[in-house]
Design a protein around this ligand. Structure first.
Ligand SMILES: [Zn+2]
Length: 282
């Protein structure tokens, strides 16, 4: 077989569902402890972060300020504008958390790099701190999880993946100093972290597009556009015209199809054959 499918998917195919590419930036916390008669003070991301210095975890009571989410960027799939929200904008941290809540409430699907374990849980924690309920349900496609489970690149950072897949790479690196300056009101630092945050959105969406044909159990996009023969991974409305032989499980045979938009393989739900009536002799 020759490789004839297009390597990139056509964006307009998933317009009927609100897909949000999403990424947050955080600032480290601050702790102050007494250790062997000395006062040690500094930044931390997690309470085990000073173990090599103090030989134990930081106690919650030693925390002066916790790490927190300070800004976020998002883009609706198919649109060109990247949205940005931050705690230094009007309304402060609470309005910032509310803006993210509204984005999630409108989203059916969240795309993010490490979104499942990191971004989504952090923003949910933020909403819980304000005593809010959750936005309407969404599904997550985590590009880091996909890269780890389906591919075997030596580095799965967003930047490394974007470069190896040949898509637009990020333009900057996260710096805790820049994040601190931004929350202190430095407008140049605020612009810098916004650019970085928005760059991550472009890179994440581009990586997602390239990984999409490899994604197993992608939330079925045809559930949103109502097409019964649609591609689960890209929403291409009709894959039934592209029959490509049969698909086999251990004891069953189905019709196989390949999406001619994104290249993903699909099998029919209707069985062509069931081999469970014959058994290997033991
Ligand atoms: Zn497809």
């Amino acid at each position: 077989m020759t490789l004839t499918v297009k390597p990139r998917i056509t964006k307009k195919t998933i317009q009927s569902v609100n897909v949000l590419t999403f990424d947050i930036e955080r600032i480290p916390g601050h702790a102050k402890i007494k250790h062997r008669g000395l006062t040690i003070e500094g930044e931390f991301w997690d309470l085990g972060g000073w173990k090599h210095t103090i030989g134990r975890r930081i106690h919650a009571d030693d925390v002066v300020s916790w790490p927190r989410t300070i800004c976020a960027a998002g883009r609706w799939y198919g649109q060109s504008k990247v949205m940005f929200a931050a705690e230094w904008q009007e309304g402060g941290h609470e309005q910032f958390m509310r803006t993210m809540w509204e984005w999630f409430d409108s989203a059916a699907l969240i795309i993010g790099h490490n979104a499942a374990a990191f971004d989504v849980k952090h923003v949910r924690s933020g909403w819980a701190e304000y005593g809010w309920v959750q936005p309407s349900p969404w599904a997550v496609v985590d590009t880091l999880k996909v890269a780890r489970s389906e591919l075997n690149f030596e580095s799965n950072t967003l930047d490394a993946l974007a470069k190896r897949l040949g898509v637009s790479a990020k333009t900057d690196k996260y710096s805790a100093d820049v994040a601190q300056a931004a929350v202190n009101g430095d407008e140049k630092a605020q612009r810098k972290i916004a650019r970085y945050n928005e760059g991550d959105i472009r890179a994440t969406e581009a990586v997602y597009d390239r990984l999409r044909p490899f994604i197993k159990n992608h939330p079925h996009l045809s559930m949103h556009n109502g097409e019964i023969w649609g591609c689960p991974n890209c929403g291409n409305p009709d894959v039934s015209t592209n029959r490509k032989g049969d698909a086999y499980t251990h004891v069953q045979r189905y019709a196989a199809y390949q999406c001619d938009n994104c290249g993903h393989w699909i099998r029919s739900t209707k069985k062509l054959q069931d081999a469970t009536h014959t058994r290997t002799y033991r």
